[in-house]
Design a binder for this molecule. Structure first.
Ligand code: NAD
Length: 357
């Protein structure tokens, strides 16, 4: 076995159905008396539920969290936290709300407890993406990691079936790129394979019955493992492309990941045969072919396959390829602009992924 470095994520994880009820105990254990609760406006009712649960420990609710952590919203939330003399924050929601919690905790050192309600995995990463004047920058710092994560399966049953599917594939993408990351290791590979196996099987159930608690548990468990993969390894072409294409053309996060994944993996596949074997092993009915397995999974989930559906124009394909070539980053296979353009065109048009590029 080759030598490797594995950095375990610090923090405490509470997993199960109904675990939200543990929040008062956790705040008590940490000696916190003044908690600011964060959510999006869409999940304001969830934030109010948390306020009711922790009673006098809640000093306020801030419900303006938004995609890509815009700096002006962070400034407003910071002012609220300071005025209310908050000693802790609780973020209840998906990656957008957790991003706001991270942005506040890295600036103030406040204890951050996450209650994730999607499968995006941000709660397991020391990564924070923030947008200033429409420009997104991303940084990594171990201090960004939340202190405590409460996974309450019950809170995920309201996630619409379509968003559950794309959010789950977003998580699968974290694990797939971890399988061939330059800093991957045997522990991460175990987590990645188990995460994909759990998510692929459970998402197929969830798209038929979003209230199936067993499937919801398995999906959230898979999302946790896939989030750990994202937090522990360097990401390659797939994540970089999603950030540049999604950010430049204002495309929805989870849907962009879902559409691009089979194409980016097909592109990298000749350079990473071992990772493709690992992936094929854990995708249902792959017949030993990872790309076939991904194409089939997406078709069975009934997710949207074309970027043009989300407003991307055909002339943006060329621009997207050029933007994606601007910054250099690790990728197991050299990235060629012409091939990248064709890859993005296929994703734009909604064609199935092929390994011929
Ligand atoms: P999101 O947080 O933007 O949520 C999408 C919508 O669904 C929101 O309106 C939200 O309130 C709602 N929602 C969330 N959970 C719900 C539930 N259980 N029931 C009903 N509605 C629910 O979406 P996301 O995909 O979780 O997060 C995307 C954002 O997170 C992006 O900005 C992305 O860049 C970031 N992200 C960051 C990391 C990281 O490691 N830093 C990782 C993944 C995603």
């Amino acid at each position: 076995m080759e030598s490797f470095i594995y950095t375990a994520s610090p923090g405490r994880v509470i997993f199960g159905a109904g675990t939200l009820s543990k929040l008062p105990e956790e705040l008590e254990r940490e000696g916190r008396q003044a908690t600011l609760i964060l959510s999006t406006s869409f999940q304001a009712a969830e934030a109010e539920r948390v306020r009711d649960l922790i009673g006098s420990r809640a000093v306020g609710v801030f419900t303006e969290a938004a995609m890509h952590t815009p700096a002006d919203i962070t400034e407003r939330a910071l002012a609220v936290a300071q005025n209310l003399k908050a000693d802790s924050i609780v973020s209840v929601g998906g990656g957008s709300t957790i991003g706001l919690g991270k942005a506040i905790s890295i600036r103030t050192g406040l204890l951050h407890i996450c209650i994730p309600t999607t499968y995006a995995g941000s709660e397991m990463t020391p990564i924070l993406g923030e947008t200033v004047n429409g420009r997104k920058t991303t940084r990594r710092d171990p201090k960004i990691l939340p202190a405590i994560v409460i996974y309450d399966v019950n809170l995920t049953t309201t996630l619409p079936q379509g968003l559950s599917a794309t959010s789950g594939v977003n998580a699968i993408a974290h694990a797939v790129e971890a399988l061939y990351a330059p800093d991957t290791n045997p522990i991460i590979k175990l987590l990645a394979k188990e995460g994909v196996r759990a998510l692929a099987a459970s998402l197929l159930v969830i798209v038929k019955d979003g209230s199936d608690l067993d499937a919801r548990s398995k999906a959230l468990y898979g999302a946790w493992l896939c989030g750990l993969c994202l937090g522990s390894t360097a990401m390659s072409l797939h994540h970089k492309l999603c950030h540049t294409v999604g950010g430049s053309f204002d495309l929805p996060h989870a849907e962009t990941h879902t559409i691009l994944l089979p194409h980016t993996i097909a592109y990298n596949s000749p350079a990473v045969p071992g990772a493709m074997r690992d992936l094929a092993e854990v995708l249902p009915e792959s017949g030993g072919d990872a790309i076939e397995g991904l194409n089939r999974l997406l078709n069975q989930l009934g997710v949207e396959r074309a970027l043009k559906t989300f407003g991307m124009k055909e002339e943006d394909v060329e621009k997207a390829a050029a933007i994606a070539m601007e910054n250099r980053y690790y990728n197991p296979r050299e990235v060629d602009q012409e091939k990248l353009r064709e890859l993005i065109r296929r994703a734009w048009a909604g064609e199935p992924a092929k390994t011929d590029l």
